[in-house]
Design a protein around this ligand. Structure first.
Ligand code: FES
Length: 102
């Protein structure tokens, strides 16, 4: 097959990277994740886990059902920046909104 086959678009992990990982002895999906970085991008593996698992099954000659998904770790969903940014209006208490009203 010619050309670069991208399996994980977020982290730019290719089929060649996966094959290299297996050739180095990393045959478990958690090991492959740590070695290549696939599944650690903004989508946290939602886009690439299945295709990497299928390719790993093919390369290691296992049935795909023998490859469990990797362990998801928090945050399980992207955190909106507005939750982390200082927003004076977000922390206003009822007493503060009544200032100057008497
Ligand atoms: S495509 Fe792999 S982490 Fe998003």
């Amino acid at each position: 097959m010619a050309g670069k086959i991208v399996l994980c678009r977020c982290e730019d992990v290719t089929l060649s990277d996966l094959e290299h990982s297996v050739s180095r002895g990393y045959r478990d999906i958690e090991e492959v994740k740590r070695y290549t970085g696939f599944g650690t991008g903004p989508c946290q593996g939602k886009e690439c886990l299945a295709v990497v698992a299928l390719q790993l099954a093919r390369i290691t000659q296992q049935h795909p059902s023998a490859i469990p998904p990797f362990t998801s770790r928090p945050p399980l969903a992207p955190t909106p920046l507005k939750l982390l940014a200082k927003d004076p209006g977000a922390h206003r208490f009822a007493d503060e909104t009544d200032e100057g009203e008497d």
